[in-house]
Ligand binder design. Sequence first.
Ligand code: 5GP
Length: 182
Amino acid sequence: MTELNPDIEQVILTEDDIQSKVALMGKQISEDYRDADLLLVGVLKGAFVMMADIARAISIPAEFDFMAVSSYGSSTRTSGIVRILKDLDLDLHDRNVLIIEDIVDSGLTLSYLLKNLKGRKPRSLEICALMTKPEVQEVTLDIRYHGFAIPPTFVVGYGLDYHQRYRNLPYVGTLKPHVYED
Ligand code: 5GP
């Protein structure tokens, strides 16, 4: 078992929780897109870990692309303002696109992305999100593949950072208060 990082207060999702869920999601995606021309779009930086795991849980041919957006700056509150820092390399026209997101908080980032990507005329556009925070979600989103509903607290790990750290933790957890004060 992985040793717990000393800055972590509480583990919200264990490595086993995440790995079993991602395996299930990958299986379902492979069935649903069996004869489709699947293109997975990962939202950087957070989704890079999930993208790597889900890629290997998918058994059908698929392509992968990434875009980088910024909605948080370096604080722990969403601003509602989304900036595209890196756009996709591939053309989405007539493709079956599946967005891979690690976490949906207010939903503002995804809702902006959906609007932006829809404009590129994909054949289909769906969302796969590992975590949502239903209590603070401000916009309704149709999430086709959903992992876990978590409490409305700030979490790190499995791709998610605080000041660019903790992304490499294989689990998801909350930080001890002193980390914010330091
Ligand atoms: P939203 O626009 O849904 O409020 O926020 C979405 C983005 O904010 C996520 O893709 C993620 O980058 C970031 N975010 C939301 N909640 C958390 C959290 O609990 N921890 C971290 N590290 N980032 C979060």
